[in-house]
Design a protein around this ligand. Structure first.
Ligand code: CDT
Length: 318
């Protein structure tokens, strides 16, 4: 194959129980890593918060109990076997986890590691969804805004795997700015892990569209910026909450080239020729030639005109 092919595996995870130990989860990740490597993968992409259950579904008031979901070093003693095995296999990887910094900040983070074991970059989730305070009317909580600060560094692009690689995490994928900021930096491969409950309590009418919206946002981001997008789920029924699976690898055309068939641990693999992005970057989405940034100033302004909202009681809908 000519061009700049990179074989990418989306390593979808099925549910992780609250009682599962780090050691058990890391074993699962290593099993997926080995399968992907055996099928020729050069880069294995694990989902958001891939080391634990999606704990923001609970109000956790005990600090020690909460801290147990966070990593204070990466790799740490329990995650090092994954780093070691990846290096032995000559496979790079992307891993989402909860990070607690030495000075006590908490972030929803992903790390990118090259095939030789070098840590390329960290990314901290920018768009933190959900709510800060418990909302008892919900069947389950989404307390990401209580447990995570928004990442202060924003979006970046890194020279890795023979091209320009960017990262985003879950809710980031719904925002066009995520892709465009990286698109302006020439991104060629965007890696996105997600935990998406199918039930959206503030508007359950959206539940049937969870899979449609998942593809809609990632395919649009891919096409409009001439980039590959790899979306990787932790899906299935986790602690009573049904999570969207549907991990997928999307070409710069916006077409899905590989997609998960199950709700469980599964490798989804594709050869991504990074040169295919130029089909769009040099034609319809030649950003230097066709963008009109003089008309886009309001995009980056904090204030917007708010539309009047109809009266509604989300508790009555859920
Ligand atoms: N993990 C994450 O960001 N999940 C959100 C859920 C919807 S907002 C409560 C998502 O965008 O998929």
């Amino acid at each position: 194959m000519t061009g700049r092919p990179v074989v990418v595996a989306a390593a979808q995870l099925g549910p992780i129980a609250r009682a599962d130990t780090r050691g058990e989860v890391v074993e699962r990740l290593i099993t997926l890593l080995r399968e992907a490597a055996g099928r020729g993968a050069e880069l294995v992409v694990f989902p958001e918060l891939a080391l634990t259950t999606f704990f923001p579904r609970w109000l956790i008031e005990d600090e020690a109990e909460l801290d147990a979901f966070f990593e204070t070093e990466m790799p740490g003693p329990e995650t090092k076997p994954l780093f070691d095995e990846a290096q032995r296999l000559g496979v790079g990887f992307h891993l989402g986890y909860a990070e607690r910094t030495p000075d006590g900040h908490r972030y929803n983070t992903a790390i990118l590691v090259e095939r030789d074991g070098e840590v390329v970059a960290h990314y901290r989730k920018v768009h933190v969804p959900g709510h800060e305070e418990p909302e008892p009317w919900r069947p389950f909580q989404h307390l990401e805004r209580r447990y995570f600060e928004p990442g202060p560094e924003g979006f970046a692009v890194h020279e890795a795997f023979g091209g320009k690689v960017g990262m985003a995490i879950c809710n980031d994928r719904r925002w066009p700015e995520t892709y465009r900021v990286m698109g302006l930096l020439g991104v060629e491969l965007v890696l996105i892990g997600y935990n998406t409950p199918i039930h959206y309590a503030p508007d359950p009418g959206q539940d049937r569209l969870a899979g449609f919206h998942n593809n809609l946002v990632m395919a649009s981001g891919a096409y409009q910026n001439g980039t590959w997008v790899v979306g990787v789920a932790k899906g299935g029924m986790e602690e009573g909450v049904d999570g969207l699976a549907e991990s997928q690898i999307i070409a710069p055309s916006g077409e899905v080239v590989a997609k998960a068939l199950t709700n469980g641990d599964e490798i989804v693999l594709a050869t991504c020729d990074l040169d295919r992005g130029f089909d769009y970057k040099r034609t319809v989405f030649d950003l230097d030639r066709y963008r009109r940034p003089e008309h886009y100033g309001s995009i980056a302004e904090p204030v917007r005109a708010t539309a009047p909202e109809p009266d509604r009681d989300p508790a009555a809908d859920s």
